[in-house]
Design a protein around this ligand. Structure first.
Ligand code: ACO
Length: 331
């Protein structure tokens, strides 16, 4: 098995900012409530003519440039999203056409906020075995399209964006050291868009009952999130024969600052070892982790040989964590 790592990252955030004070004019909420309960100050909203594939393509091009590869070197494109352009074809196919990657295999992956972790763990297997050389994994969401803008319980939380990573073989000792993935379908009703699939196809009735927008039992998801953030990371660290003391940078899913704070306290991690961007972008589901990772790299917070832990959780329920030894790209 070859060692596999991330050799380039990219991100794209739509231009339009929606602040907490904008939301105060839309629903019965306040900047004080949103900031103190979640840590979010503003989020980005895709333009009317932008769909997930448009955001994904921009992040993907930047990731390929940073990895030093061209589109014809991409063997596999995985797009993790719960907001594809349409039910089918896969958004990955639309991205493939736009970036011009003729030999790439393409599929979408649905694991909600854990989608990027599921995506990189899947792509890594193909590269480790030598089946593929380079994979593009993109986490992208246009959650603004499935949020009920009259529901203050959810509309203040989410944002749009895309993050991408190119995976390739790396020098021995570098790259992914472990993956831990999990799911619990008994939590399927805690976080969902009920209609639009084969169980409840779109109808006048589903539209009238707002069944095409995101529903979340926030309190239950919160408890689950606090629990799995560290339990999944613990297992990933154990599989890599490391402990939380070895973490140089923790890149958690960006849902709520209180969830991240709980993990930081449990591990005793100082601010400089944790990436937080939810104040600027809110919860971008599968895009949160790759955007946070990309920004940390751009800000010079990641050095060769650093031990990174990436950890996500979300609808499904799903969760996942990986330990990544940064660097080692083969030039
Ligand atoms: N403004 C003002 N008041 C509000 C708002 C708002 N935007 N939203 C809810 N409230 C009210 C509620 O109605 C409730 O009022 P009540 O007590 O009169 O009923 C009160 O505030 C408290 O509500 P709680 O739900 O207890 O608030 P809590 O402190 O739990 O915070 C939150 C809610 C932010 C949603 C939190 O539970 C949370 O972050 N949950 C986790 C979400 C998450 O991690 N999602 C990740 C997965 S997303 C994915 O997979 C796509």
């Amino acid at each position: 098995m070859r060692s596999v790592g991330i050799i380039g990252t990219g991100a794209y955030l739509p231009e339009r900012r929606l602040t907490n004070s904008d939301l105060e004019k839309m629903v019965d909420t306040s900047d004080e409530w949103i900031t103190s309960r979640t840590g979010i100050k503003e989020r980005r909203i895709a333009a009317e003519d932008e769909a997930s594939s448009d955001l994904a393509v921009k992040a993907a091009k930047q990731a390929m440039e940073n990895a030093g590869i061209t589109a014809d070197q991409v063997d596999l494109i995985i797009v993790a999203t719960v907001t594809p352009d349409m039910s089918f074809p896969a958004t990955a196919c639309l991205v493939q056409e736009q970036i011009g990657a003729p030999k790439a295999a393409t599929f979408d992956l649905s694991a909600a906020c854990t989608g990027f972790i599921y995506g990189i763990s899947t792509a890594a297997q193909f590269i480790a075995t030598g089946t593929y050389q380079h994979a593009l994994v993109i986490g992208v969401e246009c959650l603004s399209r499935i949020v009920d803008w009259t529901d203050r319980n959810t509309c203040v939380l989410f944002g749009d964006g895309a993050g991408a990573a190119v995976l390739g073989p790396v020098k021995e000792g570098y790259g992914f050291q472990s993956f831990e993935l999990g799911g619990d379908g008994s939590g399927k009703d805690l976080l969902k868009v009920a209609a639009g699939g084969s169980r409840l196809p779109a109808s006048e009735n589903t539209v009238a009952n707002s069944l095409h927008t995101l529903y979340m039992n926030g309190r239950e998801v919160f408890k689950f999130a606090v629990r799995v953030m560290t339990s999944a990371s613990d297992v990933a660290l154990e599989k890599a024969n490391l402990s939380f003391e070895d973490i140089d940078l923790f890149v958690p899913h960006q849902a709520n600052l209180r969830i991240i704070d709980a993990a930081m306290k449990r591990y005793g991690l100082p601010d400089e070892k944790v990436v937080v961007n939810l104040d600027r972008y809110g919860n971008m589901s599968s895009a949160s982790i790759p955007v946070a990772l990309h920004e940390a790299i751009e800000e010079g917070r990641v050095s060769d040989g650093d031990t990174l832990v990436l950890c996500g959780f979300g609808g499904g329920l799903t969760w996942g964590a990986t330990v990544l030894n940064w660097g080692g790209a083969i030039k």
